[in-house]
Each structure stands twice: as C-alpha cells, then as structure tokens.
Write a protein that binds this ligand. Structure first.
Ligand SMILES: [Zn+2]
Ligand SMILES: [Zn+2]
Length: 155
C-alpha cells in the first residue's frame, strides 16, 4: 500500500517491530506473549506528518514515507538540518563569476551551504583547491593589503 502525503510508517518501538510483546517474568508460568497494544500486532505504526517530525527529531528513521518525501539529513559539520538542493544552489550562486566553484565538483561530502563554503575557502587557502580567481593571497600580500587599509583609515 503506497503512503499518501502526510503518512509515515515507523517500526513500533513498543515491540521493536515484532507485533507481540512478552509480559510477565520470563521463567514464570504467567509469562506470555500478547499482541502489542501500540501497533495491534502490525509491528508498524502509521503516523501523521507532525508526529513523524517529532519521531525523526528523536533520532528515529521512518520505514516508509510518502513518495515525495526525502529524509532530511543534518549537515555533518554543524548538525543543522538543511536542504541539499538549496545548499547546492546557494553555493553555486555564491561563487559564480569569482572562483567558479561548483558544489558538485568541489564539495567532498554533502553539507550545508555555509559549511561547504567555509570548507572550500579553507582548502583554497591551504592550496588544495584551485580557484578561477587565482591562488590565495600570500602572507605578504595579506600584510600589504592590511597596510593599505590601515593607511586609508589613518592607523
Ligand atoms: Zn508494537
Ligand atoms: Zn553545516
């Protein structure tokens, strides 16, 4: 059965997807297996979008979601959730016409746009990444630039 937008399926945490739970002490004669009261023996829970968002926040991964749905991945550097397509678009836009870096080419793993640009800048300064703009300024050039700025500001 395909899920419709707003429906998410999780493994039942009460019975760990088994559908049955053990009640009573294991060695006791009263010990028995009963149908899980949470999922009624299905082993799975169907929840709506809001409940699913809470469960994902708790670190649980849905088994299934609507076909349009994608798992929101947190950025591996800052752990903020971000949209990969948006991160790519904003990264490409930020460097278009300057270093001409493309997210798909220079970003080693998927991360948010802020982290991706910090990472790319750091690798450029280290000489690992080439830029259409040319090499990073040398230490002397940086000093010279500061001197020029300093003079302008009357330092
Ligand atoms: Zn259950
Ligand atoms: Zn990030």
């Amino acid at each position: 059965m395909a899920l419709v937008p707003g429906e998410y399926e999780f493994e039942c945490s009460e019975c760990n997807g088994d559908g049955n739970i053990e009640i009573g002490p294991v060695d006791h004669p009263d010990h028995e297996w009963v149908t899980c009261p949470d999922c009624h023996g299905d082993g799975e829970l169907l929840v709506d979008e809001d409940e699913a968002a809470e469960m994902i926040d708790d670190g649980r991964e849905p088994l299934r979601g609507p076909s349009t749905w994608r798992m929101p991945l947190p950025c591996p550097r800052c752990f903020q959730s971000y949209d990969l397509d948006e991160a790519k678009a904003s990264f490409d836009h930020q460097y278009a016409g300057s270093s001409d870096w493309k997210y798909d080419v220079v970003v080693p793993m998927h991360m948010c746009a802020d982290c991706a640009s910090e990472d790319a800048d750091a690798r450029w300064m280290d000489g690992e990444l080439e830029s259409a703009d040319g090499p990073p300024p040398s230490a002397d050039e940086v000093k010279g630039a500061w001197r020029t700025i300093g003079k302008k500001l009357g330092w």
